[in-house]
Ligand binder design. Structure first.
Ligand code: NI
Length: 191
């Protein structure tokens, strides 16, 4: 168990397609050790989600833990800690909405990204059971951001208007109350 280094944009692992996690390894010592590292690293970072590639483990494992409190994205719906293995996403409705996103692998920056707001995710949970989850709004954005890390993508790849890519301080000073900002955000958490 250890707090691991979070690798940053420019590290090649963040641009690789992560390998599917071998389902036979779920429940092994290696598996729990990976989960513990992800959990400890996420807790230490103050973020709300972390993908294994962000600690330089190129496998399809993500943890998400969203407190139902005020985050940088404003009041958000809570989603208790869970593990998502080998996930896939289906878009239910192609209606997009945008949020300012931050990323633990791109510290100090934020960018405005539009994504589909109604999705279904299929995944294996930490016991190896197949599950699915319907997500709307900000939660749909969080999952898409996180699962992008498994296919070598970063939120900056989705920014359509680069004038809406900003340092956090400048975001707070100049963009916090933009019409683009649907939530009264406060910079605290990254995904
Ligand atoms: Ni991220």
């Amino acid at each position: 168990m250890a707090i691991r280094d979070i690798i940053r944009m420019g590290h090649p692992t963040l641009r690789q397609i992560a390998a599917p996690y071998d389902a036979k390894k779920i429940g092994t010592e290696d598996f729990f050790s990976l989960l513990d590292d992800l959990k400890e690293t996420l807790e230490a970072s103050g973020g709300i989600g972390l993908a294994a590639p962000q600690i330089n483990e190129s496998v399809q494992v993500v943890i998400i833990d969203i407190p139902g409190t005020e985050t940088r994205y404003g009041e958000t719906e809570a989603l208790p800690f869970a593990v998502y293995i080998n996930p896939s996403i289906s878009v239910v409705e192609n209606e997009n909405a945008g949020y300012w996103e931050g990323c633990l692998s791109i510290p100090g920056m934020m960018g405005y990204v539009e994504r589909p707001q109604h999705i279904v995710v299929d995944y294996l949970d930490e016991t190896g059971k197949r599950n699915s989850l319907t997500l709307k709004g900000f939660l749909a954005t969080v999952f898409q951001h996180e699962f992008d890390h498994l296919i070598g993508k970063l939120y900056i790849d989705h920014i359509q208007d680069l004038s809406l890519f900003s340092f956090e301080k400048e975001y707070q000073a100049f963009h916090l109350n933009d019409e683009t900002e649907e939530l009264d955000g406060q910079v605290k958490n990254s995904i």
